[in-house]
Design a protein around this ligand. Sequence first.
Ligand SMILES: [Fe+2]
Length: 537
Amino acid sequence: VVVVESKSLYKPADPEDVSLRILLVDDEPHIREALSEFLTTINQHQVVTAGNGEEALGLFKPDEFDCAFLDLKMPGMDGIGLLTRLKEADQSLPVVVMTGFPSLDAAVGTMRQGASDFLIKPFSLQQVKATLERVVREQRLLRENLRLNEELKQKEKIESLNKELEKRIKYQNTIHQISEKIDLLQKSEELYQGIADLAAFHLAASKVTVLVVDRVNDQLLIIAVHGLSQEVVGRTAGTLQSGICGKVANEGEPMIGQPGQDLILDSILELKDPYLCQPIKIRDEVFGVMVATEKRNGQPFSSKDLFLGRFLLSKSALAIENIALYESMVADLHSTLLSLVGAMEAKDSYTRQHSRRVTSLSVLTAQRIGLDLAQIESLQFAAYLHDIGKIGIKDMVLLKEGKLTTEEYEHIKQHPVIGESITKAMDLTDAERSIIRHHHESWDGRGYPDGFAGEEIPLLARIVAVADAFDAMTTDRPYRVAKSRSEAVEELETCSGKQFDPEVVRAFLDTLSRYHTMEELDRDAAARDDVLTALVV
Ligand SMILES: [Fe+2]
């Protein structure tokens, strides 16, 4: 069947050609032998032979063979069966089918199964060589192609991983930005507005509303808005029993609402597009709802928006809880300090209401000078506490009716330092604490406890010093009767530039001149005192 040609006809092996490993399967031994011998002579190809399909499968291992020659007609598993199995094991293996009974059907069948070529028996060895070279070349191209495809896939995979990574970094950054911004917000009012502004920015929504749940009155109250008129703040936006917001408040899960579902909400929040409605929870308890609408890119809200919204709201809820705890602690502390002052004044009938009057006079003077709100708030709080250190002064000294001995005077001079140390453990600002420590310093440096002079003495303490002196002069003391208002004014003028800051004395006297009587000043101050009460209790 095989026409064996003279070896002299063979071209020398291409030095670039590598030695191939070839599987040769034929049930006719002489064909196996002749072909095997021939193939071995080309480039020292290694030939592994098998007499049938089963044997061939036993010898075959994927990636160990570069090519296979199969006889189509064999007892047991035929060539097509073997071809199918080999292709299953190694997709890129070139398979040459040899047959002595060519038919179109058989040809189509084998090609379908992935055969690379046909050899029709009888064939010349030259044909075998040419076929081998061609299929191996094709196989190399195929493998190269597969490799390139693999590389491409790998590249695409890396690109998509990079994109995913970029997305995550962006997320991380957004989350970090939200966290940082929220950490900067110190008061609950600021926080609600912060939620609205941050949600508008990160969810790319034109309008955001923050509502609080009022379960007592069964309603939702607008507490902050972005992209809407501030006039709606404080208004009711529906009940807890109706609408999407009510459902979100009751069930604690986010929802997408459609305009037309809740007419009250639609009209107040100007809802024209679908809106995202998310609960604000502290420990699983819903206390607010955020409504965001009108995406700036016109797209619907995505799962990313939902995630960012949820993060923003849970982070804000933590901050709200902390602020609420802090605010109630501060309120507790302030009321403790105020009652300490009350206890101290109760001991001494002469100084009763002294702290309140000094506070009023100091605040009015500070306003006259034009100090800012933060300074006035500090003054309002700390002027009231200026003598709190007297709680540490012995009653026999504090309440003594006669003249104080030097020792007793030195003891009483301790009260600014004692006062400062009482408030040290408490949450007072440096400015507030310095009022308590320095309210007995003198402009000429002859005061106590530090002997500070001029502008070295904090301005707020210089103000309290004048107000304190004026009130002391105009009140009865155990050792002397009160001076009249004009006498006290005269005394301040005399001491201006010596004991007191002249500018503070000027502002103080200007303020005083606006009131005919101390009662009038008291009434005005009492009205302002309400502000103090609202601030600290
Ligand atoms: Fe004092």
